[in-house]
Design a protein around this ligand. Structure first.
Ligand code: PMT
Length: 406
C-alpha cells in the first residue's frame, strides 16, 4: 500500500471499490472516474489476480488515494488495514466480481485484503458480477447469489452480449450507468422512514373459475416489491401482501403471499390495524366468478357465460377508516389519467395517487419501467419515464418528506 498521497476530502462520502481478477477489471477505472467526478472519495482494494489485469498505479492515480492490494502491507502505515477500510466505507462496491469471489463472500471466507474487508464492513454491499455465461448460470453461482441477496447485498445483474471468451449470453459486467445508479442510491439513502409501520400491497390477484383456470391480470408485482424493499432499507417496518408473482421475498420485509382478492382483503385489513402508511400498488381483480367449479370444467361442458360478483375494494375500505394514516393508491388508466386519478384521490380518501397509463406498450404492467404522474392535494407532478426501482425511490422520497412534516 502507498500511504503518501491521501488528501483530505473533508466529509466526502467514501466508496471502497473492490476489484477482482477478470477482463472487465479495466472498466473499474471508468467507474472510478465517474465516482470521483461525483465528489466521492474512492479507495480501491484489489485481489492479487486483479492486479494482473490493471495496475494499482492506475487506480492510485485516478483515486489520489493509496491502493490496498495485500493483507501484508507495512503495519507502520496501516496496523489493521482491512478493518480501517471496512469502517471508512459508506458503500462497498465490488466491480467486477468474479464467481470465485462471489463464492467466498457467500461463505464468509476471508483470505485476502478484499474478502477480509468485505466481511468486516457494515456498509451496504453492491456487487456487479462478471463472468462466463456458463459460470453465471451454474447452480453453485446462482445459489451464492441467493445467499448474498438474502443477506441484503445489492446485485447489479450482468448484461447479456458477447463475452471476452467468445461465448454469447449473460455474464458481461452491467452497464456502468446501472452500477453507478445502484451506488448513488445507496449513498443517497436516508433513514427517513425509520420506525414507520408500513403496509404495501402488490401483484395481481387470481380469481378461480375452476381448479385450473382463473381470471387475473398481467401485474408482475415488481412495483410493489421495489417499494417495500426501498422503504425497509430506509428503516420502515414493512409488511408486503402480494398476489401470485415469480419474485423472491424482498430483503428485510415481512412478506405474505395470497392468491385471491378475498384473501388479500383479509390479510391486508388485519395488517392495516397497526399500519401508519399504506401503499396499494396491487392490481386487485374487481370481480370474481360467483361460483367457482370444484372440478375442472370439460370443454364439452363449457358455460356460455361466467357469472361474476364484485370483490371487496380493499383501499376504499381502508380510506373509510383512515384515521391518522397516510394512504397512497395507484390508478391504472388508459385515458384521462389525471382526471380519473383525482376521482380516486377523493373517493378513497387518499393522500397520493400514482397514476399510470397502462395503455402504453412496453411500460407499466410486467415491464421494468413506468411513466407516472403523482397526483395529490398539493397538485400534480409528471415524472419522466424511469425504472420501477427509481419510481420506488420517488414514492419513498414523497413519503419521507411527508413524515418529516408531521
Ligand atoms: O406489478 P407491476 O407489473 O409492476 O405493474 C404495476 C401496476 C401497473 C400494477 C401498478 O403500477 C398499478 O397501476 N397498480 C394499480 C392497478 C389497479 O388495480 O388500479 P385500479 O385503478 O383498479 O385501483 C385503484 C387503487 O385501488 C389501487 O391502488 C388498487 O390497489 C386499489 N384497489 C383496487 C381494487 C380493489 N378491489 N381493491 C383495491 O385495493
Amino acid at each position: 500500500m502507498d500511504s503518501e498521497i491521501t488528501e483530505d476530502r473533508g466529509s466526502a462520502p467514501t466508496v471502497v471499490l473492490g476489484i477482482t481478477g477478470c477482463i472487465a477489471a479495466y472498466k473499474a477505472c471508468e467507474l472510478t472516474r465517474a465516482l470521483v467526478r461525483d465528489g466521492v472519495r474512492v479507495k480501491a482494494v484489489m485481489t492479487e489476480a486483479a492486479t494482473r489485469f490493471v495496475g494499482p498505479l492506475t487506480l492510485r492515480t485516478l483515486t489520489n488515494e493509496p491502493v490496498a492490494a495485500s493483507l501484508w502491507d507495512d503495519p507502520a502505515t496501516a496496523p489493521v488495514h482491512h478493518i480501517s477500510l471496512a469502517e471508512e466505507a459508506d458503500v462497498f462496491l465490488i466491480a467486477p466480481c468474479t464467481a470465485n469471489v462471489l463464492a467466498k463472500l457467500a461463505t464468509g471466507r476471508a483470505d485476502d485484503i478484499l474478502t477480509t474487508t468485505a466481511l468486516a464492513t457494515e456498509a451496504p454491499l453492491v456487487i456487479a458480477p462478471a463472468m462466463n455465461v456458463h459460470m453465471w448460470r451454474d447452480e453453485a453461482t446462482q445459489f451464492n447469489l441467493r445467499v448474498l441477496r438474502d443477506r441484503g447485498a445489492i446485485i447489479v445483474e450482468p448484461a447479456t452480449g458477447e463475452l471476452a471468451c467468445g461465448d454469447v449470453g449473460e455474464g458481461r459486467l452491467a452497464e456502468l450507468g446501472d452500477i453507478l445508479d445502484a451506488v448513488r442510491a445507496e449513498l443517497g439513502r436516508v433513514k427517513d422512514l425509520a420506525g414507520v409501520r408500513m403496509l404495501v400491497t402488490a401483484g395481481p390477484t387470481y380469481e378461480p373459475i375452476d381448479p385450473v383456470r382463473f381470471i387475473g391480470n398481467r401485474s408482475s408485482g415488481k412495483t410493489g416489491f421495489y417499494i417495500a424493499e426501498e422503504a425497509a432499507r430506509r428503516g420502515a417496518d414493512v409488511t408486503l401482501v402480494t398476489g401470485p408473482t415469480h419474485l423472491r421475498d424482498p430483503f428485510g420485509v415481512h412478506t405474505v403471499r395470497v392468491t385471491t382478492a378475498v384473501e388479500m382483503h383479509a390479510v391486508a385489513m388485519e395488517a392495516y390495524e397497526t399500519a401508519q402508511v399504506v401503499v396499494a400498488s396491487a392490481a386487485v381483480s374487481d370481480f370474481r366468478p360467483a361460483v367457482p367449479s370444484a372440478e375442472k370444467t370439460k370443454k364439452e361442458d363449457a358455460p356460455s357465460a361466467v357469472e361474476l360478483v364484485r370483490n371487496p375494494d380493499i383501499l376504499a375500505e381502508m380510506g373509510a377508516a383512515k384515521g391518522e394514516r397516510t394512504l397512497v393508491g395507484f390508478a391504472a388508466e388508459t385515458s384521462e389519467i389525471v382526471a380519473h386519478a383525482r376521482e380516486k384521490l377523493a373517493a378513497k380518501s387518499l393522500d397520493l395517487v400514482v397514476a399510470n397509463d397502462v395503455g402504453v406498450a412496453g411500460l407499466g404492467f410486467a415491464s421494468d419501467r413506468n411513466v407516472v404522474t403523482l397526483v395529490s392535494g398539493e397538485g400534480e407532478k409528471q415524472l419522466s419515464e424511469m425504472s420501477k426501482r427509481a419510481l420506488a425511490r420517488e414514492i419513498c422520497d414523497w413519503l419521507g418528506a411527508r413524515q418529516a412534516r408531521r
